[in-house]
Design a protein around this ligand. Structure first.
Ligand code: CTP
Length: 411
């Protein structure tokens, strides 16, 4: 749950009073929570309570009131992009009807439409038993289920009407457990499942002589995080690693190399067979033309080292890939980043590039966090905040999954 972005939609049912507790449970688990409150929901639970526990403004009407400090008219889209999962609890008969009809007249219904494909939607209907069993409610539930929503049937027990029967919303703890399971299952049905993924990671070393080399500060952490995250999503991962001291992620095939030339030969062996190639290695662009045999002596005041260009491994893959293969690269930049990253995306024929701002404190080599901006070949830009490299890897793979989903919709 840590680092996950969860939106909770609350509708006008008495069980709404339990949702602040659910928000607290999620926050304790490290999730980021935003609430979309319907007009009916606002009768049962206060906006102030929800804003306080979620530490976020509450989303209600689709149009922000005129004259508010920040007029953000596209919040319904940014919220849909932000969410890793949507929980609607309690879901009333009215909201079920609006969602199944595709209405889009408040933030919850708009978010439902703008949610990224493949993200779990859990709906917890809660209402009087007769209402729940009525043909129209059942028809709307069936429609939403065919759209891929998970409908969690209400429990039996005492209802607000004083009657006993089916209709009660499960307790917040049960909702949390269902959400955790759904996010896990989401992994199980990831478009990356069964895909052959190759990741290059770490620095390379270029020999000057028998005891010296040219290299860089790359720790390999980002590439290893990507290999770990892809493997967790069910991909068959090969990690081609330069010289780093990092444990091999579970279920990942690791091939250790030293120089760019070695990395290139191994990588080329996977060019035809892999589905996704991620170039996360900080490859040395040049190597000494003639490495000295043995150890060079310091006889001369000045020595000159002639360097020759190394092959560009990622560009090699990008240039030969077929229509079903995906190429992802990084652009480590200290200045004029975005433009340079865009140029690399085009010149290497990539599908996605992560502009990686380098400042050695918050992002780039050696540190445990990264600040990435993802640029797609369609021009789409996603700016990620400072994240741990594990969390950044998850976000980058989310973007890759989206590419696969788009290809399924528009082959
Ligand atoms: N890359 C590669 N082989 C190389 C150089 C780079 O596979 N010989 C890959 C990196 O793994 C990264 C992307 O290409 O995914 C961009 O690397 P970067 O160092 O940012 O840029 P370069 O292409 O090397 O260009 P420059 O150093 O001029 O910025």
């Amino acid at each position: 749950m840590r680092g996950k972005n969860i939106v909770i939609g609350i509708c006008g049912g008495i069980a709404a009073y339990k949702i602040p507790h659910l928000v607290r449970l999620l926050k304790k688990k490290g999730a980021h929570v935003r609430v979309a409150l319907t007009e009916g929901g606002a009768h049962f639970v206060s906006e102030l309570a929800l804003a306080t526990v979620s530490e976020e403004p509450v989303y209600g009407k689709i149009f922000p009131p005129m004259g508010t400090e920040r007029m953000d008219f596209t919040r319904h889209i940014s919220l849909g992009e932000w969410a890793d999962a949507l929980v609607i609890a309690p879901a009333t008969a009215n909201t079920l009807a609006r969602l199944s009809a595709g209405l889009c007249d408040d933030m919850l219904s708009a978010l439902f439409i703008t949610l990224r494909p493949g993200k779990p939607v859990l709906i917890f209907p809660a209402m009087d038993g007769q209402m729940f069993l009525s043909p129209s409610v059942q028809r709307n539930i069936a429609t939403l289920a065919t759209q891929g929503c998970s409908i969690i049937n209400p429990e039996s027990g005492e209802l607000a009407s004083g009657l006993c029967g089916v209709g009660r919303m499960p307790e917040p703890e049960a909702i949390l457990a269902a959400l955790e399971e759904a996010l896990h299952e989401n992994r199980e049905c990831s478009p990356l499942r069964g895909k052959r993924v190759v990741v290059t990671a770490g620095p390379t070393r270029e020999k000057i002589d028998g005891v010296r080399f040219i290299s860089n500060y790359s720790s390999g952490k980002m590439g290893f995080a990507l290999a770990r995250a892809a493997s967790k999503r069910g991909a068959l991962v090969t990690l081609i690693a330069g010289p780093v001291h990092l444990p091999t992620p579970p279920d990942v095939e690791r091939l250790d190399v030293e120089s760019t030339a070695e990395m290139n030969v191994i990588a080329e062996g996977f060019f035809k067979s892999c589905d996704l190639f991620i170039g996360a290695a900080a490859v040395s662009d040049y190597r000494p033309a003639m490495p000295y045999e043995g150890k060079m002596k310091k006889d001369d005041e000045i020595i000159e080292l002639t360097l020759v260009k190394n092959p560009d491994i990622l560009a090699g893959f990008g240039m030969q890939k077929n229509a079903s293969q995906i190429a992802v690269g990084f652009a480590l930049e200290t200045r004029t980043g975005l433009e340079s990253a865009r140029k690399k995306l085009v010149s290497k024929n990539l599908d996605l590039i992560a502009f990686n701002f380098f400042d050695r404190k918050t992002s780039g080599f050696e540190v445990d966090t990264n600040i990435l901006t993802l640029i797609g070949s369609d021009g789409a830009i996603t700016e990620l905040p400072q994240l741990t490299k594990d969390a950044a890897a998850e976000k980058l793979l989310d973007a890759v999954e989206l590419l696969y989903l788009k290809r399924t919709v528009n082959p």
